[in-house]
Design a binder for this molecule. Structure first.
Ligand SMILES: Cc1cc2nc3c(=O)[nH]c(=O)nc-3n(C[C@H](O)[C@H](O)[C@H](O)COP(=O)(O)OP(=O)(O)OC[C@H]3O[C@@H](n4cnc5c(N)ncnc54)[C@H](O)[C@@H]3O)c2cc1C
Length: 374
């Protein structure tokens, strides 16, 4: 028996879920708010871990294609102090495939493959328990029903209210993101500073990270502790004003490091929100959540990995469930497994954020030494 299954969202969670179901010849409706795959810039680079994101890609039959696209050299990580002195310069062995990097756009295209995503479908509300199943409301007034709706719709999920009243809260740490294009040609000094992977500089309650993407593109993240309204007197659309404000905030840091901000082309403000550690809910038949919708946590390199593995695992459980009662049992069992694993990672990443954006920058170095293989 084939159930009517919909997934809301075509991020890493939703696409991996749909792709693994597709591999099992199981039909699934993918509902995505964006009008097209390229409607928004796809974002920076992701490192996919061997036992998490890569395992999910294996379950989708896409590991070999990932290995061909990904950048193992992107695992390189350099740490400087604010005076520009190199404190750590970690480089992967040539055969190291533990956490290779891939551009988000490349990962999205890899997962999309043969999937028939319904673009421009903005879900506004999920109503479980109607006579014909779970009702999905759309912004254009349309409605559809399914046996199972999987909310993979990210931090501000419209599916989540059907199972949980909890909403994300601000961590006290915000990010301003900028980028550099064609870095090897236009900014060779910065290209050398960044190396093949990432460079991170930790100061008091603030840090700067630059990460190489493919094609000479670099994403730069300025992260600092600040109240949510820190920019009240700043026009965030005014590139020069934001640049000056950041340069003032990082005043006294070495000139080459500040070059990462000086040459940034546009600035995007992203305050860091999280769901409570160990967010769970009373099981609601016909609705579940995956990825950031279920367990938004600080961005310390696992969110997409967990989202993908959950998508793959839920899809495999559904494909193996023969009857209607088995579907609900499969979802319940999946939720227990997801909550346990995500809860562990939420604790780790919450503690990690405290140490990486800390009044004592030596904490950040100690954190790096604990998590980085020697
Ligand atoms: C700066 C930064 C760096 C990061 N780096 C890493 C990293 O290196 N490794 C890692 O594992 N994680 C990383 N993360 C975390 C990672 O980005 C997220 O955990 C991951 O994207 C979550 O995937 P998702 O599919 O759950 O949600 P999302 O990626 O948010 O996707 C949700 C999708 O749902 C769609 N949607 C939303 N609302 C609706 C609606 N109402 N109707 C229909 N569709 C809707 C959205 O358009 C989107 O396509 C990083 C995060 C940040 C902010």
């Amino acid at each position: 028996m084939r159930h009517r299954i919909a997934v809301v969202g075509s991020g890493p969670a939703g696409l991996t879920f749909a792709r693994v179901l597709h591999r099992h010849d199981y039909p699934v409706t993918v509902l995505e708010r964006d009008p097209a795959p390229d409607a928004r810039p796809p974002g920076g680079t992701l490192d996919l871990h061997e036992g998490l994101g890569q395992l999910a890609l294996d379950k989708a039959g896409l590991l070999a294609e990932f290995q061909a696209l990904s950048r193992p050299e992107g695992q390189a990580m350099r740490i400087l102090d604010t005076a520009g002195t190199v404190l750590r310069d970690w480089r992967p062995r040539p055969d190291d495939r533990a956490n290779p990097e891939i551009d988000r756009g490349q990962l999205r295209d890899l997962l999309l493959g043969p999937l028939d995503v319904q673009w421009g479908r903005d879900v506004t509300e999920i109503v479980p328990g109607t006579r014909d199943g779970v009702l999905v409301h759309f912004a254009d007034g349309r409605q559809e029903t399914f046996d199972l709706v999987v909310g993979a719709d990210g931090a501000w999920s419209r599916t989540r209210p059907a199972v949980s009243p909890v909403t994300p809260h601000y961590t006290g740490v915000t990010t301003v993101e900028t980028s550099l294009d064609d870095v090897d040609t236009r900014h060779p000094d910065l290209a050398r500073l960044i190396g093949d992977g990432s460079v991170a500089v930790y100061g008091v309650n603030r840090k700067l990270v630059a990460q190489r993407n493919s094609g000479g593109h670099v994403k730069v993240y300025a992260q600092f502790r600040a109240p949510l309204d820190w920019h009240t007197n700043l026009d965030l659309a005014d590139v020069e004003a934001v640049r000056s404000s950041l340069l003032a905030l990082f005043d006294g840091w070495a000139a080459p490091v500040l070059g990462l901000l000086r040459h940034g082309t546009a600035f995007v403000h992203r305050p860091l929100y999280v769901l409570p550690v160990s967010h769970t809910w009373a099981h609601v038949p016909g609705v579940t959540l995956l990825g950031d919708a279920a367990h938004l946590m600080p961005p310390l390199g696992v969110g997409a990995n967990l989202a993908m593995l959950e998508g793959a695992e839920l899809a495999e459980s559904i494909a193996a469930a023969p009857g209607p009662g088995d579907l609900d049992e499969a979802v319940r069992a999946f939720e227990e497994q997801m909550w346990a694993r995500a809860g562990r990672w939420a604790k780790i990443t919450t503690a990690g954020l405290e140490r990486l954006v800390s009044p004592d920058p030596t904490e950040a170095l100690a954190h790096f030494d604990e998590v980085q293989p020697s």
